[in-house]
Structures are given as C-alpha cells and as structure tokens.
Design a protein around this ligand. Structure first.
Ligand SMILES: C[S@@+](CC[C@H](N)C(=O)[O-])C[C@H]1O[C@@H](n2cnc3c(N)ncnc32)[C@H](O)[C@@H]1O
Length: 299
C-alpha cells in the first residue's frame, strides 16, 4: 500500500493535546492555592511565590486543558478529582536533600548515639527503630542505615536488629527513593570506604557507569512509606530511638511546627533523640532536653 493512500489521521504526528498558554495566576487565585497548600500540607507560601506556582504547576493545567488557576482550583474541589491533589503536593514540596547533608548530625550519630545504642543492644537485646521523617529521595535514610551498619556490624542489625522508616508526602521522590539509584556526583560526599562497601554499579542499565545503586543489605533495612505529617495520627505503632526530621519544619507555619514537634516527641522512645535541621533552632519541647541548638533527647 502506498503511504499516500493511508487515512490522513495516521500522518498527524502533532500531540493529541495542543499546548496552550496557561495564564499567570492573579493574586486572588494565588491566595486560593496558598490557603489550600497551608491547609493540606502546612506549608507557608509567601506572596513572592506567585511565579513559582505557575512554573511548577502549569503543566498540570495544560494536561487537563485548563487555562486559568481558578479553573484548576475548581477542578481540585470536585470529589472525583481528589487524586489530582497528589500532583499538586508533588509540585509544591521542596525536596532538596543529599548524602551527608549537615554532616555534623552523622558525626553525632557515630560518636554519641550509636555507641550508647550498641551497648543497649548487647546488654538488653534492644531492637533499633529509626525514622527519617520527610525523607525526600532517600539519601537521609540510606545515610543513617550505612552509618549504623558500618558501626554496629551485620550480626547486630540482622533479623530485625535495625529497621528504618522513611516517609514523605511526595510520591515522586518516594518512587525514586525506593529505586535507590544515585549518580556518582550525588554520591560524592560519601567517604570512599563506605561508597565501595554500600554501592554497586548497575552496568546493565547504565552503560556510562554514572549511576550506582544502594546494595540490597542496606536497602532492606528501610521501609519507605507515603503519608502526610499534617495528619492528626500516623499509621505507626513503633516508638523510635532516633528521629531525623530535618529541613521540614523550616517550610511550615509556626502553629503546624508546634503540632508536628509534639507528635514526633510522642513517637520517640524514652531516652530517644530528635534531630532537626541546623536552621530549625529555638524550640522548647516539653519532656525533652536540649543537647544542642537542633538536637534533643527525651527525658
Ligand atoms: C527539603 S526536604 C528535606 C529532606 C531531608 N530531610 C534533608 O534534610 O535533606 C523536605 C521533605 O519534606 C517533605 N514534606 C513536606 N511537607 C510534608 C508533609 N506535610 N508531610 C510529609 N512530608 C512532607 C517534602 O516532600 C520533602 O521531601
């Protein structure tokens, strides 16, 4: 058959949905989204973020063929479109992270926390439970796992000796965290000895050897879960000896910070440690002793 005889539609390579300009949000429209983001995620979006809203979200409007932010807001209000909220959450959360980010916390983990926990594991058969709350692409949780494995050794942490919960509200970063793949540049802050021990190259899928995967012995220590830290209760029965919740509070409004901190303290075991980001200082927490400007210990 000659191509010219083919029905015309077979030659139409243009996308099914024609791209069109999404109009910048008005101040009134931006306020609707500010309130929604605050109510659902506890995040503060100052007036200066009006352009960011457009930059991060306009593709969703194009996808749904909606031209204005008011149209998109109305779309989100409908019960049948609830699942769209997740796309909004993924777009508006700030997910910057990295291995050995705020390195002093991992030094504290190795010099103060792990020696004491090791002692209790040996003497009292303590099982370790850690939580990376707001884990982004998993670097923080894998970092905790590598440090603990390196310090405690396989024997102590096997058979449930160590388990780490890593949670986030953003499903895109969680999907990436579960894969546990990182570029050599992302891994560069990891000391060479740990890099060699805990990463493996996946030469089948990565011909340039630029992407390394976390080894399965570290991966299986971590459970990644999706939930919103603003929920009144968390789907967790465990008490943790250590919670890292770093660079999450920074983006929240003051009332939500207080509420979140109280919930985290409730999920800490007696004598457990809570580590916040280095800019997240100045809190006074009931029942907690302040060890440094952003590290607390439960009484
Ligand atoms: C800036 S990252 C910090 C990552 C890591 N903790 C660190 O310090 O490198 C903040 C993370 O918190 C998550 N987050 C923000 N609001 C949240 C909420 N209400 N519930 C759960 N996770 C949230 C974001 O999706 C993001 O991945």
């Amino acid at each position: 058959m000659h191509l010219t005889n083919m029905p015309e539609k077979n030659f139409d390579f243009s996308p099914a949905v024609k791209p069109f300009n999404v109009i910048q949000p008005t101040e009134k429209e931006f306020d609707l989204f500010r309130e929604l983001i605050l109510k659902e995620l506890g995040l503060i979006w100052g007036k200066e973020k009006i352009y960011l809203l457009h930059a991060r979200v306009h593709r969703r409007l194009q996808y749904h063929q909606l031209q204005t932010f008011q149209n998109y807001y109305d779309f989100l209000q409908s019960e049948k479109n609830r699942s769209e909220l997740q796309f909004l959450y993924n777009a508006v959360t700030t997910t910057k992270s990295g291995f050995y980010r705020e390195k002093q916390h991992f030094e504290f983990l190795r010099s103060e926390i792990l020696p004491e926990l090791k002692e209790r594991m040996i003497r009292k058969h303590l099982k370790l439970r850690f939580w990376s709350a707001g884990c982004a692409r998993g670097e923080e949780a894998f970092n905790m796992a590598m440090e603990a494995h390196d310090f405690l050794g396989t024997k102590l942490i096997s058979e449930g000796g160590l388990r780490i919960l890593a949670s986030d509200v953003n499903t895109e970063v969680l999907d990436s965290a579960v894969k546990g793949n990182y570029t050599t540049e992302q891994i560069s802050p990891v000391p060479e000895v740990l890099r060699k021990r805990y990463f493996v190259s996946d030469s089948d899928s990565d011909k340039n050897n630029d992407v390394l995967s976390i080894r399965s012995n570290i991966r299986k220590l971590i459970q990644f879960r999706h939930f919103n830290l603003m929920a009144s209760e968390y789907p967790i029965a465990t008490k943790f000896q250590l919670i890292f919740c770093r660079n999450v509070l920074y983006y929240l409004d003051p009332e939500r910070r207080e509420q979140l901190l109280n919930k985290l303290v409730n999920h800490l075991d007696d004598q457990g440690w809570l580590v916040l980001g280095i800019t997240e200082s100045g809190y006074r927490l009931n029942g907690m002793q302040k060890l440094s400007y952003c590290i607390y210990r439960k009484n």
